[in-house]
Ligand binder design. Structure first.
Ligand SMILES: [Zn+2]
Ligand SMILES: [Zn+2]
Length: 371
């Protein structure tokens, strides 16, 4: 591996390249340098590995950000020739401290099958921050509009406190000598996790009774959440320090709550605007009327003009959902539709018959014959 191979250069893309451009760059290069295409070409195989690594990082927006941010340290770690082993912990600690270490390498190496997740045993003789945990936060339509305080019960799989997530007493994995890497190499010659230790570099000699060796226990607790007025589906609330337990007394991660707004039977939301469909009678449509319509704040009067059509929309300015950070409110729209009368007296029916006989307007006259 070249020590300072810049991932962007490896993929031949600009530092500002879009994710799409990165995705496009990879298959071309991968095909060109694939070991199956160039058997026995050691240099080509090296290049293929570099390309795969570069793609692995740059194709993932999160890893890419880390790489952009910490690229230098990341590459030096690589230069020690221990990309996989995780023994460059001290080196990185010197530069960034414990938190950053977990951040950088937890994320970058996360799904390589090396030093994964909770069990970063070999690298982790120093405190590490716990993982950020995502959890759904269902809120009613009204809570999303008005804001709310809520007690939320959440259950998360968290680092076992009894064994600190290690699963029990451990010793260095004899199969890989603690590197976590399979000596045989995986499919396509890429690094593969050691099958015996699943890449952790350690094996358990005595299982933890608490978590039965899994390293995780389910933790259920209640959290008081303040939901700001105006949240939408997809809004995220970050509660610092409420996430996964840290390792070796490291700080906890964050809890990230993802808002899911439930549908309302009457009000529909589109961004900051709200729409409600309101029925009107045929008479109101013809004559015009002042009707009472619901808003999220209660009923208001709305004047509809004579000759109103079904589907016509009326705007109630500033009656929509609150915008975040005091940005005012969206609008509410009232979409009217004309209903047919359900009950008619004999006299009313006679009127309608009379009306029908004198009716000359054909509302469908402008429609075509067909296609
Ligand atoms: Zn345990
Ligand atoms: Zn192993």
């Amino acid at each position: 591996m070249r020590a300072n191979a810049d991932f962007y250069e490896v993929l031949g893309v600009d530092r500002k390249a879009s994710q799409k451009e990165i995705r496009k760059a990879y298959p071309k290069l991968a095909r060109k340098y694939h070991p199956d295409v160039n058997p026995g070409d050691a240099a080509g195989e090296q290049q293929y590995k570099e390309i795969s690594q570069a793609y692995e990082v740059l194709s993932d927006p999160q890893k890419r950000r880390k790489y952009d941010q910490f690229g230098h340290a990341y590459q030096q770690a690589q230069a020690t020739g221990q990309w996989e082993a995780g023994d460059f912990g001290d080196f990185v600690f010197d530069h960034f401290g414990a938190g950053s270490f977990a951040d950088i390498f937890g994320d970058i190496f996360g799904d390589v099958g090396v030093a994964t997740g909770r069990r970063r045993t070999r690298v982790a003789q120093a405190p590490q921050q716990g993982q950020d945990i995502r959890h759904a936060l269902p809120v009613t339509f009204a809570e999303a509009i008005k804001g709310a305080h809520k007690a939320l019960t959440i259950s998360i799989a968290d680092r076992c406190p009894a064994c600190d997530g290690l699963g029990g007493q451990t010793k260095t994995c004899p199969a890989c000598g603690g590197s976590g890497i399979s000596s045989r190499g995986g499919i396509l010659g890429m690094r593969a996790a050691c099958p015996q230790c699943q890449g952790s570099g350690e094996i358990i000699t005595e299982r933890c009774a608490e978590c039965r060796g899994g390293g995780e226990v389910t933790r259920t607790r209640q959290i008081d959440v303040t939901i700001p007025a105006g949240v939408k589906t997809g809004s995220k609330l970050r509660l610092a320090g409420e996430g996964g337990r840290g390792f070796q007394s490291g700080p906890a991660g964050d809890l990230i709550l993802e808002v899911q707004v439930q549908k309302d039977n009457f009000f529909q939301r589109d961004g900051d605007d709200i729409t409600i469909e309101v029925p009107i009678t045929f008479i109101e449509a013809v004559q015009g009327a002042t009707i009472s319509v619901p808003t999220t704040d209660g009923r208001v009067s709305l004047k509809i003009p004579p000759g109103t059509k079904s589907g016509q929309r009326f705007r109630l300015k500033g009656q929509g959902a609150p915008r975040p950070k005091g940005g005012g409110r969206g609008d509410q729209y009232v979409a009217v539709y004309i209903t047919a009368p359900r009950h008619l007296t004999r006299k009313q029916r006679e009127f309608i018959d009379e009306l029908a006989q004198t009716w000359t307007e054909d509302p469908r006259q402008d429609l075509p014959q067909g296609l």
